[in-house]
Design a protein around this ligand. Structure first.
Ligand code: OGA
Ligand code: NI
Length: 360
């Protein structure tokens, strides 16, 4: 698709827009009144929070303890599509170190970051928008996107050289997070009534799944009530493992017609289901819309790890879940084909996965 080769207009880095000293945000970032957030205040005392699950007992020899955890995961998937996990096996020190390394990256001079400026053909590198339609509304964030798996797509030269620790940390962190993703895939498979390795194999098998990291940088915003850090969207892939900024809330999950603000726990991951799990599970599990609110006083850095199907294999509802009463809801397509939609049009709620539904 030739329209994906380059951006339709010069890319503006939100961070440097802010550094230029503006007091009002440009029109392109202002959302329609009905799409604007209600701001997160420190005094917001909503009792609602996404479920928190301790994964410690997954590794227990006690079947009952293990089964309890597995059931909690299943309820969280069905009721929320979003949950936090603690005792997940990823080293806390590594988490803290990688977040600070990325914060340092975003604080480097613009010229250094521009060396990694991305294009919409692969999205790898330093970016500031999704979607290539000219004139589309923009979100208040910059990001860095890179591939870890499949190995054929891994190219460490495209990862930041500075700060000097960055490449090594990305390698170590990716290994641990991908391992956690694999464990969750087994639990999800079993909970759906599939063979333990079903999802992993459907996604291409161990070394062939798609694993990529998107580091989001949300600069402070002089008018946070008018814009969003990321517009409502569901994640297109399989599972997302998000390491949010513990010091600043921002992520909101659409639940029963409300936007619920996630209160991040220290060292936890936020896990959410993406569109490809909705497809393979034939909507037994559903991806969930979420968005990000920005803040006038504090910047925010989050690391979103996407555990996806390999791009070029066909993905379709699991035959085991298809019956006369439950016909397949989605046609077969590759993740590369699927992903073109969000890459062309930018975040649009759950419009994409819903538009796929085959007429029955
Ligand atoms: C994403 C995302 C949420 C966040 O990158 O897809 O939803 O809190 N990020 O940064
Ligand atoms: Ni997301």
């Amino acid at each position: 698709m030739s329209c994906l080769e380059s951006w339709p207009e010069p890319v503006v880095r939100v961070q440097h827009l802010l550094d230029s000293g503006i007091k009002e945000i440009p029109e392109r970032y202002v959302k329609k009144p009905c799409d604007r957030p209600s701001l997160i205040t420190e005094s917001a005392t909503s009792e609602m929070n996404i479920p928190v699950i301790d994964l410690q007992d997954l590794f227990s020899d006690d079947d009952l303890l293990r089964q309890t955890t597995v059931s909690l995961v299943d309820s969280a998937c069905r009721e929320w599509g979003f949950f936090q996990v603690v005792n997940h096996g990823v080293h806390h020190q590594l988490m803290a170190a990688i977040r600070e390394a990325w914060r340092e990256f975003f604080h480097l001079p613009l010229e250094e970051k521009q060396k990694y400026a991305n294009s919409p053909s692969t999205y790898e590198g330093y970016g500031s928008r999704l979607g290539v339609e000219k004139g589309v509304p923009l979100d208040w964030s910059d990001y860095f996107f890179l591939h870890y798996l499949p190995i054929s797509l891994r190219d460490e030269k495209k990862w930041p050289k500075l700060p000097v620790s960055c490449r090594e940390l990305v390698g170590k962190y990716s290994k641990e997070v991908v391992e956690l993703g694999g464990k969750l895939m087994k639990i999800f498979s079993t909970n759906l009534g599939l063979k333990e390795n079903y999802l992993q194999e459907a996604f291409g098998g161990n070394e062939n799944i798609g694993a990529c990291l998107r580091v989001n940088y949300y600069p402070k915003c002089p008018q946070p009530g008018l814009t969003l850090g990321i517009s409502p969207h569901s994640d297109p892939g399989g599972i997302t493992l998000l390491f949010p900024d513990e010091n600043v809330s921002g992520l909101q999950v659409h639940h029963k017609n409300n936007w619920v603000t996630v209160k991040p726990l220290p060292n936890a991951f936020i896990v959410n289901l993406g569109d490809q799990l909705q497809v393979v599970s034939n909507a037994n599990y559903r991806s969930v819309e979420h968005r990000v609110v920005v803040n006038a006083e504090k910047e925010r850095v989050s690391l979103a790890y996407f555990y996806n199907p390999r791009g070029d294999i066909p993905i379709k509802p699991a035959e085991e879940l298809i019956t006369e009463d439950n016909p397949p809801l989605y046609p077969c397509m590759t993740f590369n084909e699927y992903r073109l939609y969000i890459r062309t049009r930018g975040p649009r709620g759950k419009a994409q996965v819903e538009s796929l539904k085959s007429p029955h």
